[in-house]
Write a protein that binds this ligand. Sequence first.
Ligand code: C2E
Ligand code: MG
Ligand code: MG
Ligand code: MG
Length: 292
Amino acid sequence: ARQKAGRNNFRFYSPKINQRANQQLQMENDLHKAVERNEFLVYYQPKVDVSSGQLCGMEALVRWQHPESGMVSPDDFIPLAETNGIIDAITEQVLVQVCGHLTRWQEASLEPVPVAINLSPVQFKNPQLAGKIIKQLKKNNILPKYIELEITENAVADNLAATIDLIHELTDAGFSISLDDFGTGYCSYSYLKNFPVDKIKIDRSIITDFTENTFDAAIVNSIITLADHLGLKIVAEGVETAEQLKFLRDLNCHQVQGYLISKPVPYEQATEFISDPSLINGKVKASLEHDT
Ligand code: C2E
Ligand code: MG
Ligand code: MG
Ligand code: MG
């Protein structure tokens, strides 16, 4: 009887499972079309240097302009793109778009800030990754000093030796490397030992409450201290309040990124940030004034 109930159960759930599978399949089809039709759009989120208040970089964050659903967030399609290999084509389109924007800024006599591009952990399984990125930049006449690559600990966890080789290939070519979402995985510290990164990005989840939560505050403090000892730059992600910014300044955090300064914005607005430094600088100054 039990087995029977189990079987009935299975049948009961199967339509839902099919529905989910169908949705996945539909999205996968749509993603393939999106690559062909160039439906991906790069937004930019500014990073600021805390002590000078100046714009010091921008992170490229991809969006999908779906013909029916409108703007789709990366959290809703990157995971699928990672499982079916489409991520390589998306990364390539992001790189091409960023190179195009960097070229346009240079042609307008604007000195661009470095742009950070996110790489997915699965991409490190491809030994050609570094070569492809280097080739693409050369083709577009962009110097590696304008590109930062963001990787997460997961990239390392899967295949340490191969990842280290790839990273060395990229740093040798002149790219700088950031460890993204730091503090969320296991054993974060041990990776830093073997890992030639230039920068650590403290994950937003640790920043959210650290001004009130003594545990998170201790973590932020220790990551900053560690980075200082290792000579690494430190960026705090997800800074939303003036209070967080002040705390981070007092802890000597080098750079911040978050809605307090700006949400990710389209190319046109990013161009304004580059051409008029007072837009960003004014926001930082205003947030740091009136010390409480
Ligand atoms: P991430 O690389 O950690 O990027 C930071 C995310 O936090 C972005 O979300 C950004 O909009 C958001 N964020 C920044 N400041 C704040 C803040 O103050 N408050 C809040 N609530 N959120 C903030 P987004 O753009 O939705 O991207 C999500 C994730 O998708 C990224 O996390 C990254 O892992 C992935 N992603 C985005 N673009 C790409 C890409 O081109 N390639 C790959 N492989 N992954 C990408
Ligand atoms: Mg990132
Ligand atoms: Mg992050
Ligand atoms: Mg993230």
